[in-house]
Ligand binder design. Structure first.
Ligand code: NCD
Length: 291
């Protein structure tokens, strides 16, 4: 059973096929290829854009979507993950999209169900469809991005978006530099690292800014988000007229992650990422369900 837990679940060729499909969907070539299929979304952790993006994607392809309300679900009544999975499976869905605050839950669920599981984000571990839509947005802008230089900036250590992007972007030949304060820097050795945006600004094609994951910090690390912003906010003053693409997975903390002026600048692709997210998720759903 094919599943999408990590970006590494898809080969490079499979990803390029997904991008071709996404491109066609974006051009309006959409058929109801998932007519009569049932997709369940179950988000144990808050989400606005990822959940709605999956639901819009499923509906655009003609599928039925059932979104389980987790606040009222059986896990809050003590049901084990195994039983939740077995009960969802008994309804015979064609795919289940799951988000959970704990790393590893989508993988565990996938061992107990007979349909593809798609990881909509698990703890600080992985968020594969976010990385796929980020790479698709980069492809759209640059063509083959091999050799392009990207700085990933912010709370990298606690970010599942960073984790998935590090695997995917390095596989596609992008040169990654990690930019973060010491306490947000992961221990991985393979990449260039710096604490200073000024050191990389003349030598990058893309900046991916990340949200500070305060909900995953045991205690507050910076004196305030304002202090963090004075070192790591991506501002128009910093970028000036350089030809740099700005990405962010959302939700953006305005003037902490990226400043107002730059958010309104055409180099900032945040809303394009959201738009592309629907097409990429359509392609992922179609690929996994119609395999
Ligand atoms: C991200 C997430 O939830 O991992 N957002 C998203 O899915 N668009 C990033 C974040 O919460 O900072």
């Amino acid at each position: 059973m094919k599943r999408l837990i990590n970006t590494s679940d898809f080969t490079t060729d499979e990803i390029l096929t997904i991008f071709k499909k996404s491109e066609n969907f974006k051009k309006g070539k959409i058929k109801k290829s998932l007519y009569d299929k049932l997709i369940i979304t179950i988000f144990f952790e808050n989400s606005t854009r990822t959940r709605s993006s999956f639901e819009v994607a499923a509906k655009r392809l003609g599928a039925e979507v059932v979104s389980l309300d987790v606040s009222k679900s059986s896990s809050s009544k003590g049901e084990t993950l195994y039983d939740t999975a077995a009960n969802l499976d008994a309804m015979q869905p064609n795919a289940i999209v799951v988000r959970h605050q704990n790393a590893g839950v989508p993988k565990i669920l996938s061992n107990y169900v007979n349909c593809p599981i798609i990881n909509g984000g698990d703890g600080a571990h992985a968020h594969p469809t976010q990385a796929l839509l980020d790479l698709f947005t980069i492809y759209e802008h640059f063509g083959n991005p091999k050799g392009k230089k990207i700085a990933i900036v912010g709370d990298i250590k606690n970010s599942r978006v960073a984790n998935s992007n590090i695997e995917l972007l390095s596989r596609f030949g992008l040169e990654i530099t990690l930019v973060a304060p010491a306490h947000f820097m992961p221990r991985i050795k393979a990449f260039k690292k710096t604490h200073y945006l000024k050191e990389i600004i003349d030598d990058v094609d893309i900046i991916m800014s990340l949200r500070t994951q305060t909900e995953r910090h045991a205690n507050q690390i910076y004196a305030s988000l304002k202090d963090y912003a004075s070192d790591f906010c991506i501002t128009k003053k910093l970028i000036k007229d350089r030809d740099i693409m700005i990405l962010h997975p959302g939700p953006v903390n305005r003037n902490i992650d990226i400043d107002d002026e730059l958010l309104a600048d055409p180099r900032c692709k945040v809303l394009e990422q959201v738009k592309n997210g629907v097409f990429v998720r359509m392609a992922v759903l179609e690929t996994l369900i119609n395999l």
